[in-house]
Ligand binder design. Structure first.
Ligand code: GDP
Length: 221
């Protein structure tokens, strides 16, 4: 595994507090886009959340923002097929919830349409600072994840793996998945080396992820 110095994963108390303050503030849905033409003008730097359907993406966004139903969970039809834009802290950061992939229930035509818009967004959005690539801590990286990683390598967009549902994974399994993921990431040029381990259920790792994302925003909070 890529042996990272522990310090790179540690977060200073002041940074944790900055993250808490940003995420406790206002957060509003302001646009949904199924096509490139529907993409809203950027309101500020953007962080996108990507992952397979059911990985726990909506739950993570809700946990980060402390809202129960800001991002609709996958069993709620409607918003799940589009890119959803949330304004955090009045233009401080925009969170972009990308459609989940790897699940065939949407039908081929629809899947192709979102793939095209999502890919175009990931390739050509100057305001996109980082992609959080959510991966189920029980399963590790899947082929769909590798596709996105390759695309992001090519477009030089930094992405960070966030392991989800850590409460469902025992320590040995978690260590194994983390280490296999780190090994895979070391082969990708745009991959951020730090893997965050989270549970939306217990909130473990949520404060750290908030801090890390807040650190990407301009220093207004
Ligand atoms: P999405 O399709 O990626 O948006 O996934 P959801 O957020 O809708 O979550 C899919 C399922 O996983 C739901 O049944 C959630 O309750 C469950 N889930 C999500 N995050 C966690 C977590 O951290 N721990 C546990 N135990 N279950 C979770």
């Amino acid at each position: 595994m890529a042996d990272l110095p522990a310090a790179t994963e540690e977060i200073a108390p002041a940074a944790l507090e900055r993250g808490r303050l940003l995420f406790v503030g206002s957060c509003e849905f302001f646009a949904g886009a199924m096509t490139m033409a529907q993409l809203p003008p950027a309101r500020g730097p953007e962080i996108a959340f990507a992952g397979r359907s059911n990985v726990g993406k909506s739950s993570l966004i809700n946990a980060l923002t402390g809202r129960k139903a800001l991002a609709r969970t996958s069993n709620t039809p409607g918003r799940t097929q589009q890119l959803n834009f949330f304004d955090l802290g009045n233009g401080t950061l925009t969170l972009v919830d990308l459609p989940g992939y790897g699940y065939s229930a949407v039908g081929k035509a629809k899947a192709a349409a979102w793939t095209e818009t999502t890919r175009a967004y990931l390739k050509g959005r100057p305001e996109l600072l980082r992609v959080c690539l959510l991966v189920d801590s029980r399963h590790g990286l899947k082929p769909g994840d590798e596709d996105i990683m390759t695309l992001l390598d090519k477009s030089a967009v930094v992405y960070q793996v966030v392991l989800t549902k850590a409460d469902k994974t025992g320590p040995a399994e978690l260590a194994r998945v983390k280490s296999a993921t780190a090994a895979a990431l070391s082969r990708h040029v745009a991959a951020h080396p730090v893997i965050r381990v989270t549970s939306s259920q217990t909130a473990s790792g949520i404060a750290e992820l908030r801090a890390e994302l807040a650190a990407l925003a301009p220093a207004t909070v």
